[in-house]
Design a protein around this ligand. Structure first.
Ligand code: NAI
Length: 479
């Protein structure tokens, strides 16, 4: 706590470097800057107390300061133990008008390389306000939402269930935190759940969790699915990954990608960006899929479609992009080539069976540098695992670049304003933003790239049955 601002970051002295990068990023984030101008005198988020759980990067700093400039109070944590950029975290605490001695920014609880215990501690601090609790959540992957929901459920039951032997280490740590908080402040999570007007969710995996809660009738507040805005998933998940996947592989290993055999597991939005990224470097790319539609798309795009089992002996690089679990098992890893690279870019680390690898008889781990490990099998063969199986573009590199995140985060800001100001109009379900707003976000970024948009004539608009000003497509259109 300094100058009344609570925080836990690696090094507040890094704030000046962070501020310089934030300044450069602002120019590359025209959507967020346009929203700041649009709402300059309106402050639609005045009274909002936003608890945010999203990778604490330079781009997220611009998002946070946009929320603040719209009138919100904000507290922040990262949604991944490796994704924080420490200089960005420091700069957000110091704020644009503060100093290291007298910070005037936002409480941030995040540093690169948290333990699981520290991760959940940060998440709890981010949700714990002085006085009244948060009234909005901004989530990425759904951990903050899960904490509030599970906390409420266990408070009702009066007990946190014992840890099961099948529970992941992460879930066991999470249950420990809830046990401690139930003892220390009973009723805490129920009160937070009741105070929250809504959550806006950033990614595919978090959205899946929200739809599961809504289907079970357990969602405590309305939610906006930001991920499925077209200007989010068809841009960030695809073009963001096209940029940041090879960035992570290069910074982690500096292995030449050209000519190598690279396997991409999953050909959804992230998989499409990943495959394009590797092909762009001259890799021979193979795709694995469970869905025949996505598999056929991969084939039509010119990739071989195979099963993981049949390509293990030839793969130099394997990247998972499925958002599913147990995609690459320890027995698969044992069959990989010597010094093959293995990484995940989906949201959680359970896509790779890291627990199975750690238990593999006779296995040995050599840490090469932070977020790069060589695992040595008893026969002497090794594989290189990036970011301990967590999303490697944020662990080994700096995540997606500003311009693409400006699209995603513009949708986040619009969704926060919508739910904060109109929450009574929403039931406890999952909603998407109207297409008109999607088109608005696209237009701002097209303009910034110097694109010229063709205007419909009135006659043409009537002929294709749309308004001259849009929306230009029916809801069922897939882009
Ligand atoms: P998606 O649903 O569009 O694609 C996932 C694909 O994986 C689907 O086509 C599905 O059929 C396929 N799949 C599922 N199980 C499989 C298996 N066992 N083997 C092969 N393919 C399988 O989802 P999207 O949007 O591509 O997101 C994927 C993951 O990436 C999610 O966890 C999401 O949260 C995360 N994500 C990560 C980002 C990052 O910066 N690292 C950015 C955006 C999303």
């Amino acid at each position: 706590n300094r100058n009344g601002i609570e925080f836990a970051v690696a090094d507040l002295e890094a704030a000046e470097f962070g501020r310089k990068e934030i300044r450069l990023a602002e120019h590359e984030m025209p959507g967020l800057m346009a929203l700041r101008r649009e709402y300059a005198e309106v402050y639609p988020l005045r009274g909002a107390r936003i608890s945010g759980s999203l990778h604490m990067t330079v781009q997220t700093a611009v998002l946070i300061e946009t929320l603040v400039s719209l009138g919100a109070e904000v507290r922040w944590a990262s949604c991944n133990i490796f994704s924080t950029q420490d200089h960005a975290a420091a700069a957000v605490v110091v704020g644009p008008h503060g100093t290291v001695e007298e910070p005037k920014g936002v409480p941030v609880f995040a540093w690169k390389g948290e333990s699981l215990e520290e991760y959940w501690w940060c998440t709890e601090r981010m949700l714990t306000w002085d006085g009244e609790g948060p009234n909005m959540i901004l989530d990425d992957g759904g951990d903050a939402t899960m904490l509030v929901h599970k906390g409420t459920t266990f408070e009702k039951a009066g007990v946190v269930p014992p840890t099961d032997e099948n529970d992941s280490e992460e879930f066991a740590v999470f249950l420990d935190l809830l046990r401690a908080s139930l003892a220390a402040s009973p009723g805490k999570w129920t009160a937070i759940g009741e105070g929250v007007r809504g959550v806006t969710e950033e990614t595919t995996t978090g959205v899946l969790r929200l739809y599961q809660l809504a289907a079970a009738g357990e969602l405590l507040f309305p939610a906006i699915n930001v991920n499925d805005a077209v200007t989010k998933s068809k841009f960030d998940n695809r073009y963001g990954i096209r940029h940041s996947l090879i960035d992570g592989i290069n910074r982690g290993t500096d292995v030449l990608i050209g000519g190598k055999v690279a396997v991409v597991c999953g050909y959804g939005d992230v998989g499409k960006g990943a495959a394009e990224s590797l092909r762009g470097q001259g890799a021979r790319v193979i795709v694995t899929e469970i869905d025949p539609i996505c598999a056929l798309q991969a084939a039509m795009d010119g990739y071989a479609v195979r099963k993981l089992e049949s390509v293990l002996p030839e793969a130099d690089i394997i990247i998972t992009t499925t958002g599913n679990k147990d995609v690459v098992l320890a027995e698969h890893m044992a069959q990989m080539k010597h010094q093959a690279i293995l990484g995940n870019i989906g949201h959680f680390d359970n896509e790779l069976d890291m627990a199975g690898l750690q238990r593999y008889p006779g296995i040995r781990r050599i840490n090469i540098k932070p977020q790069v490990d060589e695992w040595v099998f008893p026969n002497g063969k090794t594989i290189i695992v990036l970011s301990e199986g967590r999303l490697l573009n944020l662990g080994n590199a700096t995540g997606h670049p500003s311009f693409v995140m400006s699209n995603s985060f513009s949708n986040q800001v619009i969704a926060q304003v919508e739910l904060f100001t109109k929450h009574e109009e929403y039931d406890n379900e999952v909603f998407r933003l109207p297409k008109k707003l999607d088109e608005k976000v696209a237009k701002i970024h097209l303009d910034a790239l110097g694109g010229e948009l063709t205007k419909l004539t009135k006659e043409q608009a009537e002929y294709i049955d749309v308004d001259v000003e849009g929306p230009f497509k029916p809801e069922h259109y897939r882009y």
